[in-house]
Write a protein that binds this ligand. Structure first.
Ligand code: AZA
Length: 293
């Protein structure tokens, strides 16, 4: 046998950082879950039980905490690039670092109509995700993501004109519920170093991608999940010039009509449908990646 590929590190490094503005008394919090994985001249630790090249996963965890203290951790794209560059530059035998950061939501409370200086709540399971790969002498590639953003519209969605044959039972519809849990990603141009990364407003880009997703979902008179997600990609590419490609993975979370005509002729189908059965499975699953012409 031979070792064909390896990377290793620490997953689920939980990290919280507070910024305290002494002048205003306003405090701001960020919470992340970090994964660092290293590649390099580490084969003998697998094939010869020689641990000498191993930068212990605990060392990677300690490094993450120290660099979080010494550097901003928001935007997560920048912190991921800082971590990656540290590992590749510090250890001559480490040639690549994969850093994944999940940023959790702490939304500032509004109390009596005013933003509270130091209180927050978890307003949904939605997460912001960053996947960065730093490779020695090749810069850093970064993909930013929105995950677990659950949306539903009660109308403004149709699905008709699709292929029909002897296996097709699905009726055409001009008015349906549309619900999905958004997984959106945007891949940045390759950055040569952290200095280049620091020039990008990643938070603005995330805000634009999230707002475009919600606005397009709400306003598009959707002909299908496919058609609506393509419009989202097109608008994000137009809004963020430094992004090379945009991708979506959208489950179609179905809500089925319930025929109640057995009960005294109760009308609850078609235009009379108001009571539906939300389906946990099976679900449609639609992918796309859109790039610049
Ligand atoms: O938007 C949709 N796209 C599809 O491909 C599909 N298939 N069944 N229902 C569907 N809805």
């Amino acid at each position: 046998s031979e070792l064909s590929y390896a990377r290793y590190g620490k997953d689920n490094i939980r990290l919280y950082k507070v910024d305290k503005n002494e002048k205003t008394g306003v405090q701001t919090v960020v919470e992340q879950t970090v994964c660092t994985l290293l590649e390099g001249d580490i084969d003998v630790s697998y094939t010869k039980a020689d641990n000498s090249p191993i930068v212990a996963t605990d060392t990677q965890k300690q490094t993450t905490y120290v660099l979080a203290k010494q550097n901003p951790i928001d935007p997560p794209e920048q912190f991921a690039a800082i971590l990656g560059e540290h590992f590749v530059k510090t250890y001559p035998h480490i040639h690549a670092a994969h850093v994944k950061i999940i940023q959790h939501r702490w939304t500032r409370m509004n109390i009596d109509g005013k933003p509270h200086p130091h209180s927050f709540y978890r307003d949904s399971d939605e997460i912001r995700v960053v996947e960065a790969v730093t490779r020695e002498n090749q810069g850093v590639t970064i993909r930013s993501k929105i995950e677990k953003l659950l949306v539903l519209k009660s109308t403004g969605s149709a699905f008709h004109g699709f292929h029909r044959d002897e296996f097709t039972r699905l009726p055409e519809t001009w008015d349906r519920i549309l619900s999905t849990e958004v997984e959106a990603g945007w891949k940045w141009k390759t950055f040569q170093n952290v200095a280049e990364v620091k020039k990008i407003d990643f938070n603005a880009a995330w805000e634009k991608a999230r707002n475009i997703t919600l606005k397009t979902f709400a306003e598009d008179n959707s002909a299908s999940v496919q058609a609506t997600m393509y419009k989202m990609c097109d608008l994000i590419l137009a809004a963020v010039p430094e992004v090379d490609t945009v991708d979506y993975a959208l489950p179609n979370k179905h809500y089925f009509e319930i025929d109640l005509s057995w009960y005294k002729g109760l009308k609850n189908t078609g235009k009379d449908a108001t009571v539906f059965a939300p389906q946990s499975d099976p679900n449609g699953l639609i992918y796309c990646t859109v790039s610049r012409k």
